[in-house]
Design a protein around this ligand. Structure first.
Ligand code: F6P
Length: 532
């Protein structure tokens, strides 16, 4: 196959990121006090996310270059921040000092620097070796290390301070994802005048799993600094409300949590003992939690997939694959949550049993590099590559391997061409907050052909009822579903695809953002602005 050219930038919903380059350590003391700041910035809308919408990289002559980092979260938020003329607080994606704030495409970008030690302890450690596996149903064992937690507190404080410095009096601040769960509480302690929203892009685990976290109470009370908490699915919301009751001893009513003023908002502040929270007789606030399933800019994918060059590229891809009658496609970050090995096992057995075979069928497996310095990711890569080698070794004919494995990242155009070239899209996540790749595939299939095999453990499964839903742990079921999807009649494919396309078109990313921000505006209370 003539392989698509690798992309320097991050792709579509994959949001591929590389490890960080070493730089001078620059630590701040953990016990640095969080004093209430009366200084306000000039932005009435501020987004706080672990990464900026652009990544800092080294250009060919060693100079600093800023490259667009499209990713799901970035693609979702960029138009909203731009339209509001807002500020975006985030990490530039490498180790080193923060750049000076700068303006780009109508946004004010404010970098938060991480030292090499913080990249290791905060990003690779607490975010991606503690929280990520814990929140994804302990598919990999989470590691609980106290220095990692200390780094998490310290870095969250830095983000909160940067956001506080940008927000105008009474501003709306929207904080994103599991990397920044302490920011709402820390920000409230600094700036009680701002309205704070938080959206969790990944699942929120059941309490029996969440309870393993030694810092569960601090995480819950940190999140409760927000006025509105958004989750992908109803189930995530219910899990969070249960954690409020069990880990923090708080009272919930429907989707609301009552938070007494005595509950410490700042993770390393001791606060009163838990049993005193409810009995202190002081004031309280109400925080709302609800599901807001995230989506994609479906119109832009549809437009991309209708371009002549993209359609020509899709034809070229099929040709390069040897004009098979069936192209199966998998597109993920190389992550153990994505069920890549389950997919390969099922496909390998389908080939073993002769239910599909080369040269008629091929699987294109795009697994983009991700978090490559975290051990579990390195182990997974080895296992995937051994498995692909084994399947190809057993079933390939000269020039016709059954698996085309691409450990690379691609631009949106190439992804749209791959989506157009694929008869069956395989999304087999063992746990996934949403899975935007499933929605991208649907958005590109304007002619209503193609089939989506979709794990029921994705947020997307709640919305895309036209998919062939599957439990990826059930290898026999997965095999049958792949074969069934491959043989779907054109009429049934059209019926399924039409309903999915309607959903993705009507509930696009603009709908997601607008519904969250509308609900935030109506959230229970707005504290008075600070005296100036
Ligand atoms: O979906 C969770 C998430 O952390 C997103 O915020 C990000 O787009 C993606 O995974 C990739 O993560 P990382 O920033 O670790 O590369």
């Amino acid at each position: 196959m003539s392989q698509p050219a690798p992309l320097p930038d991050a792709p579509t919903a994959l949001d591929e990121r590389s490890g960080a380059a070493p730089a001078q350590p620059r630590e701040q003391p953990l016990a640095q006090p969080l004093e209430r700041s009366l200084e306000a910035g000039g932005y009435s809308f501020v987004v706080v996310a672990s990464r900026l919408p652009v990544d800092r990289a080294e250009g060919p002559d060693g100079e600093t270059e800023w490259r667009a980092s499209p990713g799901g979260l970035v693609a979702a938020l960029e138009p909203i921040v731009r339209e509001a003329g807002g500020a975006w607080v985030g990490w530039p994606g490498d180790a080193g000092d923060a750049p000076e704030p700068f303006d780009s495409s109508g946004m004010h970008l404010v970098g938060v620097g991480l030292s090499a030690a913080e990249v290791r302890d905060f990003y690779e450690g607490f975010c991606n070796a503690t929280l990520w596996p814990l929140y994804h149903d302990v598919i990999a064992p989470p590691q609980f290390r106290r220095p990692w937690w200390d780094a998490y507190v310290r870095v969250n404080r830095r983000f909160a301070q940067a956001a506080a410095a940008q927000a105008a009096p009474g501003a709306t601040v929207w904080v994103h994802d599991y990397q920044l769960q302490l920011v709402p509480g820390m920000l409230r302690a600094l700036r009680a005048d701002v309205r704070i929203g938080f959206f969790n892009h990944i699942p929120f685990p059941g309490y029996e799993i969440f309870a393993q976290l030694p810092w569960r109470r601090q995480i819950v009370t940190g999140l409760l600094g927000a006025d509105l908490l958004g989750f992908q699915r109803q189930g995530d919301t219910a899990n969070f409300l249960r954690a409020c009751r069990r880990a923090a001893g708080l009272t919930t009513r429907g989707s609301r949590v009552r938070v007494p003023d005595s509950v410490p908002a700042v993770a390393d502040h001791p606060g009163p003992a838990r049993h005193q929270w409810e009995s202190d007789g002081g004031g309280s606030r109400e925080v709302r939690a609800a599901a807001f399933p995230i989506s994609i800019d479906s119109a832009s994918y549809e437009a991309l997939a209708s371009r002549d060059d993209v359609r020509a590229r899709a034809r070229e891809i099929r040709e390069a694959l040897g004009q098979p009658s069936l192209v199966l496609l998998g597109v993920d970050r190389l992550d153990y949550t994505k069920g890549i090995l389950h997919r390969l096992t099922a496909y390998g057995e389908v080939l073993d049993e002769g239910r599909l075979g080369v040269p008629e069928a091929v699987l294109v497996l795009v697994a983009s590099p991700s978090r490559e310095r975290v051990e579990q990711y390195r182990l997974l890569r080895d296992e995937v590559e051994v498995t692909v080698g084994r399947i190809n070794g057993k079933h390939a004919e000269l020039g016709n391997p059954p698996v085309h494995y691409l450990h690379q990242s691609y631009p949106r155009e190439e992804m749209a061409a791959l989506y157009l070239a694929a008869d069956v899209m395989l999304v087999t996540s063992l746990r996934d907050g949403m899975n935007l790749v499933a929605k991208e595939y649907v958005a590109c299939r304007a002619d209503e052909t193609g089939a989506l095999v979709l794990s029921e453990f994705t947020g997307a499964a709640d919305e895309l009822s036209g998919a062939f839903l599957v439990n990826p742990h059930d290898i026999e079921g997965l095999k049958d579903t792949i074969v069934r999807a491959a043989a779907v009649s054109p009429a049934e494919a059209r019926r399924r695809m039409r309903s999915m396309r309607r959903r993705v078109r009507e509930h696009d990313v603009a709908y997601w953002a607008a519904s969250f921000l509308r609900a935030l505006e109506k959230s229970p209370e707005q504290a008075p602005a600070p005296a100036r």
